[in-house]
Design a binder for this molecule. Sequence first.
Ligand code: FE2
Ligand code: FE2
Length: 169
Amino acid sequence: MKIFSANLQTLQELYNNELRKALDLEEQIVKALPTMIEKSSDTQLKQAFQSHLQESELHVDKVKQLLSQQEDSDSQTCKVIHALVTEAQDTIKDVNDPDVLDVALIGAGQQVEHHEIAVYGTLKNWAALLGRTQDAQVLESILNDEKHADKLLSQVADRVNSDAAAVAA
Ligand SMILES: [Fe+2]
Ligand SMILES: [Fe+2]
């Protein structure tokens, strides 16, 4: 619960506010991904996280670029990503078996991607409604990266998850 209200009156103000949360979201992801890479055992999974770290660094730049057009530069916190990253950190501590940990890391990664897909889908829609065509294009390119990252993780999961299940059986 926050103490002061952001007092958002218009869709433009709501858009600006959510864009600032998106910047925090990406910055938190860029900080969290190196641990996910380090803790992954499967080579393909490591590569998927590694390539998405590079994409996420570009997302930081792209969102900063969109925010540079705004007058108000107050920072915002994405509480959802903070919670998801904390959950992932807890899981890394709790799971010992490397194959099971890979399964857990894929699950944690996909939860983040699904949230990002919702965030950027919404922001793209709002940008279009506000007549911010260029913003909408940038947001769509980020959205496509998130969808691609999610798909890649699903492909890795098809193999890694069944391997882990086979060991358990
Ligand atoms: Fe991203
Ligand atoms: Fe992402």
